[in-house]
Design a protein around this ligand. Sequence first.
Ligand SMILES: Nc1ncnc2c1ncn2[C@@H]1O[C@H](COP(=O)(O)OP(=O)(O)OP(=O)(O)O)[C@@H](O)[C@H]1O
Ligand SMILES: [Mg+2]
Length: 270
Amino acid sequence: MNEATSEAMKEVTKTSAVGAISIRGIGKTFKTGKTTFRALENIDLEVGANEFVTILGPSGCGKSTLLRIVAGLEESNEGVADVDGDTIVGPGADRGMVFQGYTLFPWLTVRQNIEYGPKLKGVSILERRAISNRYLRITRLEEFASRFPKQLSGGMKQRVAIARALANGPKVLLLDEPFGALDAQTKLEMQEALLDVWEKEKTTVLFITHDIDEAIFLSQRIVVMAAGPGRILKEFPVTLPAERTPEVREHPEFLKLRRELAGLLRHKEL
Ligand SMILES: Nc1ncnc2c1ncn2[C@@H]1O[C@H](COP(=O)(O)OP(=O)(O)OP(=O)(O)O)[C@@H](O)[C@H]1O
Ligand SMILES: [Mg+2]
């Protein structure tokens, strides 16, 4: 096969479903001085291309550690993780990460924050402008393009963080309690905005929360973790209508799942 054909084939695979995450036998032990702490034990998790999976669990059960391993920001002691068969050995443009804290560059405007990744990659100014326009529109931030982060509300900052992650064209979006610091109303709006982005962009999403309602509203599948050592307790498919309107929160299936999850987590510190 010549080079052009192989490049063309890569393009074809890129447009079909991509972004499957495979986590097999992941274990992590932290060492602090003479003490060791078993943060993750034998984690197996498969996330399909374009699937929306949420990890739910009490504080300290290892959710962030697991996500950081998938992001390539932390090394595991055992096991392997890959995206579409490519072993994760460090951070990469195929994975976009959004944290709970506001991690925008304060000296850059909203647009410059979004264009930051493409600029590093050497994307031309015209193309960069097209990318930032697209994600400003999707995250409904068009009128705030020239503002600086300190001039934005918490919800807006998180939308910029999502737009910035998407601007790199990731196959996978990794979100670690991105809406944890927001007020209840903004949180609901952000959840709807994220689902909108997920539908339009067809990325795979691995989302972390300790909010049961948030997990049910967003996900196709919920993975519950427990602490001591951090492990997967149980998985729940979310069999709600694909279109998640606010009314879905009153759906009998939603209420049933909420009861089940609350029961499972009752004795844990959420
Ligand atoms: N760098 C580190 N060194 C030592 N221990 C760590 C380190 N990072 C995390 N831990 C420990 O590993 C455990 C899991 O931490 P992690 O941040 O993954 O939990 P979490 O489930 O994300 O909790 P939360 O819901 O509070 O964010 C915790 O007990 C934490 O103290
Ligand atoms: Mg965490």
